[in-house]
Ligand binder design. Structure first.
Ligand SMILES: NC(=O)c1ccc[n+]([C@@H]2O[C@H](COP(=O)([O-])OP(=O)(O)OC[C@H]3O[C@@H](n4cnc5c(N)ncnc54)[C@H](O)[C@@H]3O)[C@@H](O)[C@H]2O)c1
Length: 490
């Protein structure tokens, strides 16, 4: 163990003062274990949430049991069955070493020997888990979307900066050499002026089953699982994963698959605030079930002379310009299509392919390198980028949720006020054609047309009409004991 350095001494004094001021239980930084920047010392990793994505954190190529530079020493899952089987037992089988198990992350975070915490819980927990971990002196890899609402994403950024922690967002495309090359190509002017980026999340999703009152699995600590969200009875048949489609916990496919493509679209456009305005429309079409989020949704983000259009389609559909889940950058001389996680291709205006972009990368490795260098600038997906792109998804959903059913005949006049109008109308024609192909009658099931909201994109607040309704939706009412700290308290 290295002797306490002057920097650590200063950090400890600062955090002790902060702890006294805020009453935070996790405020003492990485005091017990001076984190090594030596590549020879293995970093001690805890994974929180191991059912789905947490399996990738643990076991996929580059994941933490596959890294010579890391050791998975703890597993935390609110579902003991999942934590013990898919976490503890699976890690022991793979590595020969049994990690500790925690059902409650507050207990895990008391372990000062842990360097890194990775978070693959449902969305409503991301920000609080990340902030608590940062306050406890850990470096954090947090899944996308990094937040459940706009305000709490900004709080993670504040906390990471204040406590000098490394915080990576789980948008792994940012580390793919093919994606990086495609973005450089777009930004180099090779397809001319790029004023429009289109994100696509065409991903078929069926009904999640009838709304009802269901039993929470006995192995789940439901108080911990709900955390910052209200502790309502369970209303969906399948406990895990399907929370994505209920507003208390998830953000629909816009904030699920869509955040990856939203992030690439915003990155390529080169915009680094929340823009000037948003409007979003759609519905949950084709079935009635326990889900609440839109399964078909168009969101238009106004960046002045640039526009980002995002389309979610959860019913059966064909790709658009070769992309189902993807991003298209429309330039004055051509366009670039990213239709996979690791790259895409550039085309001229006639549709001839002029360049391929394909190659993988190691997002976890990029995070570990930054943990060693202690430089957030080394991160490919620093928390600030994760926050901004997650926030766009939340803005789209806020507009949509403030919307009202609009008769089909009136939709066009709503769209004509959306800039650029030609693009908005073209997208709507394809949107309504797609629903017609799926036998959705928009006269019987009208479109929910969202509020047209103006923004101060730097201040991350709504301005103008309806801001009194929209601004409270930038945050939420937190349950006692699970409150995301406000700016001054992070
Ligand atoms: N980067 C990617 O490509 C990618 C892919 C899939 C999922 N994800 C993200 O990963 C997250 C998890 O998704 P999933 O599909 O694994 O969901 P899931 O519901 O299958 O698994 C979440 C797990 O977290 C556990 N959990 C809930 N609250 C907890 C808490 N407070 N402490 C500890 N454990 C807790 C649950 O019990 C469950 O086992 C989501 O935010 C999702 O957006 C990212």
């Amino acid at each position: 163990m290295a002797r306490q350095s002057r920097r650590e001494f200063l950090e400890r004094s600062m955090f002790a003062a902060a702890a006294a001021a805020t009453g935070s239980q996790f405020i003492e930084p990485r005091a017990a274990r001076a984190q090594s920047t030596s590549p020879n010392e293995r970093l001690r990793v805890a994974v929180i949430g191991v059912n789905g994505r947490g399996q990738s954190h643990l076991f996929e190529a580059g994941g933490f049991t596959n890294r010579k530079d890391c050791e998975v020493v703890a597993i935390c899952d609110a579902d003991e069955q999942v934590g013990q089987t898919r976490g503890v037992a699976a890690v022991e089988k793979k590595t020969g070493k049994k990690p500790a198990y925690y059902q409650d992350l507050r207990k895990l975070l008391e372990d000062k020997s842990i360097d890194i915490v990775t978070i693959a819980t449902p969305n409503h927990w991301h920000a609080l888990a990340a902030i608590w971990a940062i306050q406890a002196g850990k470096d954090v890899y947090v899944e996308k979307p990094v937040s459940h609402n706009v305000s709490e994403g900004r709080r993670i950024v504040d906390a990471a900066r204040k406590h000098g922690r490394i915080c990576q967002t789980g948008t792994q495309c940012r580390s793919m050499a093919g994606t990086i090359a495609a973005i450089e190509y777009v930004q180099s002017g090779k397809i001319g002026d790029v004023k429009l980026a289109r994100g696509l999340c065409y991903k078929s999703r069926g009904s999640i089953g009838a709304r009802g009152v269901y039993d929470v699995p006995a192995s789940v600590d439901y108080d911990v699982w709900c955390g910052p969200a209200p502790m309502h009875p369970l209303t969906r048949p399948k406990f895990h994963y399907d929370w994505h489609w209920q507003w208390d916990y998830g953000n629909g496919d816009l904030g699920n698959q869509g955040i990856h493509q939203m992030d690439i679209a915003r990155w390529g456009l080169g915009v680094d605030d929340l823009g000037r305005g948003v409007v979003s429309y759609g519905g949950r079409f084709g079935y009635e079930d326990a889900g609440e989020t839109a399964n078909t949704q168009v969101s238009v983000f106004d960046y002045g002379d640039k526009t980002l259009v995002f389309e979610v389609r959860g019913l059966k559909t064909s790709p658009y310009k070769g992309a189902g889940v993807g991003v298209i950058f429309h330039g004055s001389n051509g366009y670039v299509v990213l239709a996979s996680y690791d790259g895409g291709a550039a085309f001229d205006l006639a549709g001839n392919k002029v360049q391929d972009f394909k190659a993988g990368g190691d997002h976890y490795g990029n995070f570990v390198d930054a943990v060693r260098s202690r430089k957030p600038a080394d991160l490919r997906a620093d928390i600030l980028q994760g926050h901004l792109s997650s926030a766009l998804c939340h803005l789209g959903n806020i507009s949509y949720r403030l919307g009202e059913p609009v008769p089909l005949a009136d939709v066009r006049s709503h769209l004509e006020a959306t800039r650029p109008a030609a693009e908005a109308l073209e997208t709507f024609e394809r949107f309504s054609g797609h629903l017609a192909e799926n036998h959705v009658d928009l006269e019987k099931h009208p479109i929910q047309f969202g509020a047209r909201l103006a923004l101060d994109g730097k201040a991350e607040t709504f301005t103008g009409p309806l801001s009194d309704k929209a601004n409270p939706m930038l945050s939420r009412d937190y349950r006692k004991g699970f409150v995301v700290p406000q700016a001054a308290e992070v």
